[in-house]
Ligand binder design. Sequence first.
Ligand SMILES: [Zn+2]
Length: 161
Amino acid sequence: MGNTFTAAGSGAGDLSMTNGGTDAFYDVLTLAACAIAGTPWELNLAVDLADGQRHSRGFAGHDLSEWPWTGGWRREKAFLLRVIDLAEARHGWDRLDYEPARAPSHLRDLRAMVEGLTPLPMERPPHRRDWTSPPPPEHLERCPEHDVFEGQFGCRLCSDW
Ligand SMILES: [Zn+2]
């Protein structure tokens, strides 16, 4: 079992990962996103990453073009690239209790996909939260040990899912 990420129209190939590789991928992206998220959209993305994969939420197995991009997608895409930069610089990896061996190659692939993507602002599907408003404050509480957002389910680095 694994997960495949795609980016329609980006010209980049797909990114396929094992479930363990996907967990690590979300861990390193969460560490980076929680460090620099500021706007409501950025905070929603960070919480989505913090909640990702282990509960089959977030963008696991989705196409990046299906993210809730808005009319501010240039800013949103630039933020995502900054998150990838920071993850590639191994930000917070000292807070992991394992070595995410495959993350560097997965991050490289993700960067190629994001760089090639021209997102179309989404009509918000009714089941999705509006990313132009900040997430509920309780989802933005930070784990005292790992300094990442707790999200809906508690710190992903503390939990033993
Ligand atoms: Zn924690």
